[in-house]
Design a protein around this ligand. Structure first.
Ligand code: MG
Ligand code: MG
Length: 281
């Protein structure tokens, strides 16, 4: 079992309080959100986008990952939401902060100082009115190597290649294939140990949103009202990761760089809407 599947099985107490308002409309275990629920998700996602935009602007050498976490928690609460991650399966913070060879789920730390040339992944979620938003960015701190810049660019492009496949009638494998093809054409590896997910009432819900072609997971057909967190993770070297002794932080096995971008996305009648779009906040 990977960390993501562990996370999916144990929603936090704080998230559960408001999450059982009414029986959701479902198709094969995948919740189809109502217009009102989608408005709630837009609001939670807007909060997430605002926080990530602010962090991308304030991040600087000499700050610690705990400084970023403190800013995120303060702003999420100021906007009337609760940090989705804090307390989730015991995760101690409001953001995951993963630097350079750290892949995902890095724990903010007051001794972890950000340096010039770092690639910093910041992932956060906000919970308000019973619904979550979830998004991740990779930020280059000052000038980074050409390879790091390319990895970051291709990771974001891969996310958008996947998002472009989101429309009624298309399937998860269309999305997965578009991501896989773009990443491979650029010579990078896709981490297979973590997938994206449905998002809404729960931070992690059905379906799995995978980033590579596989028949191990259901090839769900997109329907209007589905809400997905799409989040490809790219490694510069091997796709393989290992988990550190803190039981959270995943790092690349060969110490090479990793980059990730994530958006919360709605399947609309004609295509998609990106809920966590930082250009709209
Ligand atoms: Mg996330
Ligand atoms: Mg996610």
């Amino acid at each position: 079992m990977n960390i993501l599947s562990a996370l999916r099985t144990k929603p936090s107490a704080e998230s559960q309080k408001v999450s059982k308002q009414s029986a959701p409309k479902q198709t094969k275990g995948i919740e189809i959100k109502s217009q009102r629920e989608l408005d709630y998700m837009r609001e939670s996602s807007r909060i997430v986008a605002t926080v990530l935009k602010e962090i991308s602007e304030l991040i600087a050498p000499g700050m610690t990952t705990m400084d970023l976490d403190a800013h995120a928690e303060k702003r999420i609460r100021e906007m009337g939401a609760v940090p989705s991650f804090k307390g989730y399966c015991g995760f101690p913070a409001s953001i995951c902060s993963s630097i350079n060879n750290e892949v995902v789920h890095g724990i903010p730390n007051s001794r972890k100082v950000i340096k010039l040339g770092d690639l910093v992944k910041v992932d956060t979620g906000a919970f308000k009115n019973g619904f979550h938003g979830d998004s991740c960015i990779t930020v280059a701190v000052g000038n980074v190597s050409e390879k790091a810049a390319k990895l970051m660019r291709v990771a974001e492009e891969a996310l958008y290649k996947g998002i472009e496949q989101v429309k009624p009638g298309n399937c998860m494998l269309d999305l997965a294939g578009a991501i896989e093809d773009h990443v491979k054409a650029n010579g990078f590896a896709i981490v297979e140990d973590f997938t994206g997910h449905g998002v809404g009432r729960n931070l992690h819900e059905e379906p799995s949103v995978f980033n590579f072609r596989t028949h191990q997971l259901p090839n769900v057909r997109f329907r209007p009202g589905m809400t997905l967190a799409i989040e490809p993770i790219l490694n510069a070297g091997s796709k393989r990761v290992r988990i550190l002794a803190d039981k959270w932080t995943a790092v690349t096995v060969d110490n090479q760089l990793s980059a990730q971008f994530e958006h919360t996305v709605l399947v609309t009648e004609t295509g998609y809407e990106i809920f966590t779009d930082r250009n709209k906040v």
